[in-house]
Design a binder for this molecule. Structure first.
Ligand SMILES: Cc1cc2nc3c(=O)[nH]c(=O)nc-3n(C[C@H](O)[C@H](O)[C@H](O)COP(=O)(O)OP(=O)(O)OC[C@H]3O[C@@H](n4cnc5c(N)ncnc54)[C@H](O)[C@@H]3O)c2cc1C
Length: 476
């Protein structure tokens, strides 16, 4: 793989070339309206959702279909240009923006959904389809996409595959990788691989969907995906349960997972996050003011699962300090608002460092209780805002510095080392991106990193696909 300095040095000359032949060739492929160069037009593609990672790009290209992506990649490869693939640009680890003046290939125009295959319960969609549009496309057939998350109106199926997105229903359906039955993608030499038949059983060699899930744009540009669909479960009931201690919430989560066959989601909001989000949405804490943790539990089934949830909550006994139940859509949405608006509420406070981690169940409460004091030893003015998907052991640790500034860089190091010490993962669902690549060694051995590099070299020998993410620079 090329080192980043070589790629960068290479590019300085080539940017000059972009003014002439290369620009024209790019324009011919996608049309001048979709080859953006002016900074006013490229700005939304070069800064990430959090505002923490900002880059620059000589050109943002918006292809209409797979063959245009292939032509763009061939041209970029010939010209020695590096590429950042981008979907909805909602990623939270800085992986979707051009940090070293790469060109950006945006998939947003590739949003065609093919007819739903009701017989097989599958659908093929363009990589640029937003999650919300994919959900709307399959819902008339009483079918649903297995992954759901709060960025659904903007995040794309291609981006969700590239990050192996998790979200709120992993406890039932698994992450994005588990939804994939086939993939189409453009490799770094412009060749197209396409395997979209959607056969449930197909042991004909290496599994490209599995390999590309979580590859963060470093191995190929995903152009289409064949997704497994699930029966849409219209009968739903949600509850918010308050707990006096984090440990009580962890024990209750385990019990609910054992006793609730219709369990669809178990989300958690810890103290600081609850006060921030209730201020943000202008509402009071619905139950258990002063508690340390709140679970939002949702059950979904073909027949009304309310009694199932009520019995399971009864069985929690004194573990549950207080409960609010949402039976109809309006009250259910009201409870979910506290969970879904947290990321937005944090963004109003400044630019956080977002650490998305998984802990073994047995170490979860110890971690959540220790993190605030651990952070204060590094940055006395930093605050930790924590929430997450407790059903999967996934905690989002958002660290805000004083007065909206970023916290001291050392907080990432302290928290991620602590995660590794407790046997957890430094990235649960957001990926490694650029934010965490220097920490990858905490979870991956030298042998694993060598195998990663061999795969990268094999599929992208010039290192032109998203060179700033996932793998640490070789000299680090
Ligand atoms: C409010 C909010 C809530 C969120 N909640 C969750 C959550 O619950 N769970 C979760 O997992 N994430 C969550 N996220 C993070 C984010 O939405 C996901 O990571 C999502 O999968 C990114 O999709 P995207 O289309 O925006 O990808 P982008 O941000 O555009 O890109 C993300 C990465 O994928 C690569 N990429 C994008 N498209 C392609 C493609 N077609 N081919 C190859 N590589 C590609 C990019 O290069 C980049 O490395 C949340 C974000 C926000 C803002």
């Amino acid at each position: 793989m090329c080192s980043s300095s070589v790629i960068y040095g290479h590019k300085v000359d080539l940017i000059a070339m972009l003014d002439t032949t290369v620009v024209q060739e790019f324009q011919e492929i996608v049309g001048t309206n979709h080859a953006l160069q002016e900074e006013a037009l490229t700005a939304t593609y070069t800064a990430d959702w959090t505002g923490r990672f900002q880059g620059k790009s000589p050109m943002v290209l918006r292809p209409a279909d797979t063959s245009q992506v292939s032509e763009l990649v061939k041209l970029a490869a010939r010209a020695g240009l590096s590429i950042v693939p981008q979907g909805g640009n909602t990623g939270l680890v800085g992986g979707s923006v051009p940090l070293n003046e790469e060109i950006v290939i945006s998939t947003l125009r590739m949003d065609h959904c093919e007819p739903v295959d009701v017989l097989a319960q599958q659908v093929t969609v363009g990589a640029g389809t937003t999650l919300a549009n994919a959900q709307a496309h399959v819902s008339p057939f009483n079918l649903d996409i297995g992954v759901d998350l709060a960025a659904r109106d903007s995040c794309t199926i291609g981006g969700m595959i590239a990050t192996n997105a998790g979200g709120i229903n992993v406890v039932r359906y698994g992450p994005m990788r588990d939804q994939l039955l086939g993939i189409e993608a453009v490799l770094s030499d412009g060749s197209i691989i396409s395997h979209l038949e959607g056969l449930e059983k197909d042991n004909t060699g290496y599994n490209f969907p599995g390999l590309l899930a979580g590859s963060e744009g470093t191995l190929a540009i995903i152009t289409k995906a064949r997704l497994r669909l699930h029966p849409r479960l219209n009968e739903r009931c949600s509850a918010m349960i308050a707990f006096k201690t984090v440990d009580d919430a962890v024990v209750a989560t385990s019990q609910l997972r054992r006793t609730l066959p219709a369990l669809q989601a178990v989300e958690v909001i810890f103290g600081e996050a609850m006060s921030l989000v209730s201020d943000h949405i202008g509402a009071s804490v619905p139950v258990g003011l002063g508690s340390q943790a709140w679970l939002i539990v949702e059950v979904a089934a073909a027949n009304d699962p309310t009694d199932q949830l009520a019995n399971a909550i009864d069985d929690l006994g004194p573990l549950a300090a207080d409960v609010a139940v949402g039976l109809d859509t309006a009250t259910r949405n009201g409870l979910w608002e506290y969970r879904e608006k947290i990321t937005e509420a944090i963004a109003t406070q400044g630019t956080p460092h977002k650490l998305d981690v998984t802990l073994p169940a047995s170490r979860l409460s110890e971690f959540v209780n220790e993190v605030p004091s651990l952070i204060s030893t590094v940055d006395g003015q930093a605050t930790a805002v924590m929430f997450g998907h407790l059903g999967d052991g996934n905690v989002h640790v958002n660290i805000l510095g004083a007065d909206g500034n970023e916290p001291d860089e050392g907080v990432d190091d302290a928290v991620l080392n602590y995660v590794a010490e407790l046997g957890g993962s430094i990235s649960a669902e957001h990926g490694i991106g650029t934010a965490k690549r220097e920490f990858l060694h905490l979870n991956r051995t030298e042998a694993e990193l060598a195998a990663f590099r061999a795969i990268k070299r094999g599929l992208d020998p010039r290192g032109i696909l998203n060179p700033n993410v996932l793998l640490p620079p070789e000299d680090s």
